[in-house]
Write a protein of this length. Structure first.
Length: 49
């Protein structure tokens, strides 16, 4: 018996996060936020060393 075909696969679900319509946007935001944190840590550690 074959399962009924679904219109949406699990990969195409919207993330249901306000301000983000795709998972790609969330991943990009998290990556950019991480890079900003690393840069700030480097700059502040140099400034207060």
């Amino acid at each position: 018996m074959k399962p009924p075909p679904s219109d949406q696969s699990g990969h195409d679900e919207s993330p249901r996060v306000p301000g983000f319509s795709t998972w790609r946007g969330i991943y990009l935001f998290v990556f950019v936020f991480f890079v900003v944190c690393v840069v700030l840590l480097a700059l502040l550690s140099r400034a207060f060393a």
